[in-house]
Design a protein around this ligand. Structure first.
Ligand code: ARG
Length: 581
């Protein structure tokens, strides 16, 4: 991805930046390269950052061990570094703990909510195609994964200064609509349509698939209806509109619960009038050809199945609409990069799509990326709406909110707005579950795990944040930017400061790899350090609110920084950070 280049070269950690500048001055290698190569030494007493001298050794044709020994003596001490030494081929940097704590706390207290942000993306536009569920089915937790990952990426890129356009490419067109209309006509119950249209449409949709296994004519009937829809048959178009609106209302209700927003809902049907010109263009470029009545783009030279543009009955396809959508988006938004947050099942589709765009001469396709994620399985099987083997998002949210309401009732019955907090925490649990693993990992949906709010969960992070808020409330005053940080001499305090120093880099890495997990794993580590610290120093004399004025003030500044970073990270993941729970 060419558009990621600035992210790859961006040096967001000020201490590593100072170190790489110092090595550049001593070696004449480019600082950005040095920065990328800095590592965490395998043992903490070897230092905080290590630089392997191999690339330099190769260039200078000298043994790396000798180079590192020479550099340890000749490199100027960067700001925040106390000592430089060498171990074998490594040049190791030992940080000045007090200086690091001071630098980190000051920069967080100064930046506030913008800590970890940047202007690196300024003037650049990223399109993110995410969620994109299919109309006329309730949203299952498969689409939840795309929704949650996409929404988080949107926030991450925005934090880095990019203009982000979130698009919901609703699946609101295709043969399945013919089937749905047919199913509606055959099986729908008017009363149920009135009471709960989403459920009823889903019921008849599942039913027609069951029946179709026995009755071959149903497939054909569905295809015929879809053809009529494409031809603009008024009765069918009216039904399609009605079904689309019903689903859209339902999706928007769920998005509101999740705190997810889109800039555009341009679903597949939006591109209907733009398909002919795409096919013409591909014909002109001699990429498209007829094959047994259909129109295809052969891609066998590239080891891919052909991309189908038009079926022999004249109807268009998912791929045709995606081609039109990509071209339209580029023309309309002039994006620098475009991400499609879609399950791994569609890998081939995106390969075909990108290859076709490339062959058609659209060089911007090199900045389009399929941000794929693993399967969501249920009791060991693929979830399938058609087979009725799905878990609905709505039910999951209902259960987690109920669970968090019970926990609050037990542990904090005096809490104000218990229902509101229960929603925030329950929804936080749902969102975090999807972000707590790398996106390419398959996840087996598991009610126990979803409802476990201890350990690696969203509520655990929210709780750490609420505890910090409570300490700061008890203190009452404002944290001081010029506290006497020399009072922070506990190893835990340094460990937390050091980890907070790394936050901006995590945000950049999350964007570079389109991986919100980098932030969730980071937050779990930070909250873990804090919880251990809090537990250890909770005794009246030695707690954060120490009776020693100097210590208390310094600890409050540190606590305030922790709260800021936790809240920032939670926000980037799309979770709310309640102040009490
Ligand atoms: N509606 C599709 C599905 O549920 C996902 C669409 C993803 N976006 C796209 N531009 N193809 O499988």
């Amino acid at each position: 991805m060419k558009f990621k280049k600035p992210l790859e070269e961006y040096r967001s950690n000020p201490v590593k930046t100072a170190i790489s500048d110092a090595i550049e001055a001593a070696t004449a290698l480019p600082a950005t390269e040095i920065y990328q190569a800095l590592e965490k030494p395998p043992q903490p007493d070897w230092g905080d950052y290590g630089w392997p001298c191999f690339p330099l050794a190769k260039k200078e044709k000298q043994p790396p061990n000798r180079l590192s020994a020479n550099l340890a003596a000749s490199t100027a001490l960067p700001s925040g570094v106390e000592k430089i030494d060498s171990k074998g081929p490594y040049l190791n940097f030992h940080l000045d703990r007090l200086e690091i704590i001071r630098q980190v706390c000051r920069s967080i207290l100064e930046a506030g909510d913008s800590y970890g942000g940047s202007t690196i993306g300024q003037g650049k536009t990223i399109v993110i195609d995410f969620s994109s569920p299919n109309i006329a089915k309730p949203m299952g937790i498969g689409h939840l994964r795309s929704t949650v990952i996409g929404a988080s990426l949107k926030r991450i890129y925005r934090h880095l200064g990019y203009k982000v356009i979130g698009i919901n490419h609703l699946g609101d067109w295709g043969t399945q609509f013919g089937k749905l209309v047919e199913a509606y006509r055959r099986y729908a119950d008017p009363e149920s349509m009135r009471v709960d249209p989403v459920k009823e449409l889903y019921r008849v949709y599942v039913k027609i698939h069951e029946e179709a296994a026995r009755d071959q004519t149903l497939e054909e009937a569905g295809r015929q209806v879809f053809k009529l829809l494409e031809q603009g048959d008024p009765e069918i178009v009216a039904l399609w509109k009605r079904f689309s609106q019903i689903s859209l209302d339902e999706f928007e209700r769920l998005y509101r619960m999740l705190g997810v927003e889109f800039d555009f809902y341009t679903g597949e049907s939006f591109f209907n009038d733009k398909l002919d010109s795409v096919i013409e263009l591909l014909e002109q470029k001699q990429l498209a050809q007829k094959s047994r009545g259909a129109i295809i783009v052969p891609l066998d030279k590239y080891g891919l199945e052909p991309l189908l543009l038009r079926k022999s009955d004249g109807s268009s396809l998912y791929g045709t609409r995606d081609l039109a959508a990509a071209i339209y988006r580029r023309q309309t938004y002039n994006f620098d990069g475009m991400l499609y947050v879609v399950g791994v099942a569609q890998t081939l589709h995106f390969k075909q799509l990108f290859k076709t765009l490339e062959l058609a001469g659209f060089d911007w396709v090199e900045n389009c990326c399929h941000v794929s994620f693993g399967w969501v399985t249920l009791s060991g099987e693929m979830m399938s709406t058609r087979a009725g083997n799905v878990v609905f998002l709505e039910d999951v949210i209902e259960q987690t909110v109920k669970r968090s309401r019970e926990i609050i009732e037990r542990s904090n019955p005096e809490l104000e707005d218990k229902d509101g907090v229960a929603r925030t925490v329950g929804i936080g649990a749902v969102i975090f579950t999807d972000l707590s693993v790398r996106r390419d990992t398959d996840v087996a949906f598991d009610w126990d795990r979803m409802l476990d709010f201890t350990g690696q969960s969203g509520p655990y992070l929210q709780y750490a944040h609420a505890r910090l808020c409570s300490v700061l409330r008890k203190y009452g005053g404002q944290p001081e930017i010029d506290a006497d940080y020399s009072a922070l001499n506990l190893p835990e305090e340094y460990a937390m400061a050091k980890l907070m120093l790394e936050y901006p880099e995590k945000v950049v890495l999350a964007a570079k790899h389109d991986e919100p997990y980098i932030i969730s794993a980071y937050l779990l580590e930070l909250a873990g350090l804090f919880s251990a610290y809090f537990q250890k120093y909770k005794s009246p004399e030695d707690k954060i609110l120490s009776s020693d004025d100097r210590v208390r003030k310094a600890r409050i500044s540190l606590a305030s920084c922790l709260r800021t970073v936790l809240k920032s990270g939670l926000t980037l993941l799309g979770l709310e950070a309640p102040e009490r729970m």
